[in-house]
Design a protein around this ligand. Sequence first.
Ligand code: FE2
Length: 238
Amino acid sequence: MIDTHCHILAGIDDGAMNMDISVLMAQMATEDGITRIIATPHIRNHYPTPHDIREATQNLNHRLDQWGVPVSVIPGAEVSMMMDLDSMLTYTINHTPYILIEFPHSYLPLNWKDIFFQLKIRGYRPILAHPERHPDIIRQPKIILDLHEEDVLVQITADSLIGTFGLAAKQCAEYLLKKNVVDIIASDAHSTEDRRPLLSSGIKAAARIIGREKAFSLVTKNPLTVIQGDLLPSFSHV
Ligand SMILES: [Fe+2]
């Protein structure tokens, strides 16, 4: 499996506090069946820079080699929608056109549709992180159906499906799965404690709704397509 959302880089954001925790997170991920992890630190005030992320990713891969942990880490970022557009474009996943975007936690910016539009006309492919955990989306989840129709990819958090973020987030995640608009499931892990780098329980829950093969593709085939910079089949307007 490939985890496309993980705060595994040490000492950069609210994820792994140090390199030891990063290695433990990677170890935990391998035990869950994960072989590749996209490192997605939050970007705040242009920190870390894309160069910092590449360097931290290389350092971590080197350490994982030394410890014999069979996971490779790939550079990415979780970009706030409030960031200026030109800066946003420098934080793509693995140098592909894909960008992982997060809404502000408690509201939707007035120009959010325009931001997605601007990204797309520049040739980028936005992936929206965990919409099922956002209060405004929970109130009106149909927004995401329209957004997906406009080629914005949808990534939900595995733990949402097992109730970690509450009943409303769980029901919203299930609704999005039933409506066939979820492209990717990811861990959004921050540590080895409460927000852990695990996918399998969430995938089991997803499989009960959309079937095992489809659920599994959300952590295998689709993430691989993203890493390679290829087009996902759900893109309708290419
Ligand atoms: Fe995150």
